[in-house]
Design a protein around this ligand. Structure first.
Ligand SMILES: CC(C)(COP(=O)(O)OP(=O)(O)OC[C@H]1O[C@@H](n2cnc3c(N)ncnc32)[C@H](O)[C@@H]1OP(=O)(O)O)[C@@H](O)C(=O)NCCC(=O)NCCS
Length: 148
């Protein structure tokens, strides 16, 4: 089995990244979703890395800095590994790369968010040394235009 490498994402990754995000339930071919993906891949304060093997993307992670009152953390907003490539250490390697990136940029913590109804993903985070902290509250905001 060949080895995968972790590298920063580039815009040319968009078609394969779109397939990966489809595994998370984001629709393929939707122009709005495509625009958001391109934003994710090119935004200055968002850092996205991919796991690649022989020209194929196996996984993607994206994170951004959050400035807290007392410290700065790196918030992982997307993590996905292609179904056929799971349990090979790709997810762990992507998260380790984000830890390094955060550490190099003065972050004291890495934060990930997982759906509460997916216990296997909780096992992934707990296995990687994360502890559950707090409960997330969300409220939908009516859209009032603006850029993606
Ligand atoms: C969660 C996810 C990223 C894990 O990726 P992965 O490449 O399979 O993870 P790894 O191979 O690095 O797993 C590392 C360890 O995590 C744990 N783990 C990972 N997936 C697990 C599962 N389905 N059930 C139980 N433990 C799991 C194991 O301890 C594993 O080590 P092991 O294989 O030696 O036992 C992947 O399952 C995924 O993309 N899920 C859907 C998207 C998602 O929910 N993302 C997270 C929030 S955005």
């Amino acid at each position: 089995m060949s080895e995968f490498t972790i590298r920063p994402a580039v815009l040319d990754d968009a078609p394969q990244a779109e397939l990966l995000l489809a595994e998370l339930g984001y629709p393929i071919g939707d122009p709005g979703a495509r625009a958001r993906l391109e934003l994710l891949l090119s935004a200055r304060r968002v850092h996205t890395r991919v796991a690649a093997e022989a020209g194929s993307l196996l996984g993607l992670v994206s994170a951004q800095f959050v400035e807290m009152f007392a410290y700065r953390l790196i918030f992982v907003t997307v993590l996905v590994v292609k179904r056929e490539a799971r349990r090979r250490g790709v997810g762990a390697a992507l998260m380790a790369a984000m830890d390094d990136f955060g550490r190099e940029n003065g972050c004291e913590q890495t934060m990930g968010v997982v759906r509460s109804d997916l216990p296997e993903n909780h096992r992934f985070f707990k296995g990687a040394g994360y502890t559950q902290a707090g409960i997330r509250f969300l409220r939908a905001l009516p859209l009032s235009g603006g850029d993606v």
